[in-house]
Design a protein around this ligand. Structure first.
Ligand SMILES: C[S@@+](CC[C@H](N)C(=O)[O-])C[C@H]1O[C@@H](n2cnc3c(N)ncnc32)[C@H](O)[C@@H]1O
Length: 212
């Protein structure tokens, strides 16, 4: 997935992944992962309202996002005025307990992430094709401080159901990718049952994992 793919998505506002509200699995489980006051890293953050939920619940947030437009929209949509500066290769938007860097996640170093206590992935790992996902897992595993624990929301669907992104990420892939560094617990799998049945036209299921 080239950077241009995502820039075009944002320019054309093809952002079906963006949700108007904070994710219910974040609301339900994040307090198991980190206490308020913790600094939470949000890779590939887009203009996610999950960041507002984290801020409202007393966390500090550090996001990284490729698209400057996405970050500008985050602040505009929420009527917030950040301070903008340059931090090496990255453009920084900062306001109180929130910092978002515009730039490439894969260029972050351990020093950039030294203050991180926890991380939250929704629609980040599943946004990447298989080879990039391996790189993504390696980058998080190598650059995050030892204390950092994570909440990962992934999804699965049968092969051939659709083209990614989002890509299907199995429990096995989460286990084999992150298992060397983290102990992994699946907290919930949402099977998308409607009125007691799984709709045939939507075989997508969503899983949430705690990585300790
Ligand atoms: C599917 S969206 C999810 C956004 C957000 N997590 C959410 O839940 O709405 C993936 C985002 O990752 C960003 N992205 C893709 N590759 C990236 C990279 N290498 N570094 C930083 N951001 C990236 C895209 O611009 C896009 O906004």
């Amino acid at each position: 997935m080239e950077a241009s793919f995502w820039h075009e998505r944002w320019e054309n506002q093809q952002i079906g992944f963006h949700r108007p509200e904070a994710h219910e699995m974040l609301r339900r489980y994040f307090k198991k992962v980190a206490k308020p006051g913790a600094t939470v890293f949000v890779p590939l953050c887009g203009k996610s309202n999950d960041m507002l939920w984290l801020l409202d619940n007393g966390y500090r947030v550090f996001g990284i996002e490729l698209s400057d437009l996405a970050v500008q929209q985050f602040f505009n949509d929420n009527g917030l005025t950040p301070t903008i500066s340059q931090k090496g290769k990255f453009k920084e938007y900062a306001l109180d307990e929130l910092v978002i860097w515009v730039g490439d996640f894969f260029e972050l170093t351990g020093k950039d992430l030294a203050d991180v206590d926890a991380w939250y992935d929704r629609a980040a790992m599943v946004a990447l094709p298989p080879e990039m996902r391996r790189h993504y897992v390696k980058q998080l595993s190598e650059q995050l401080p030892e204390r950092a624990q994570g909440l990962l929301i992934a999804l699965q669907y049968p092969a051939g159901f659709r083209e990614g992104p989002p890509f299907s990420v199995s429990e096995g892939e989460v286990e084999s990718g992150f298992g060397q560094r983290f102990s992994i617990e699946q907290l919930e799998s949402d099977e998308g049952i409607v009125n007691g049945e799984k709709p045939e036209d939507n075989p997508v299921t969503e899983q949430v994992y705690q990585l300790t």
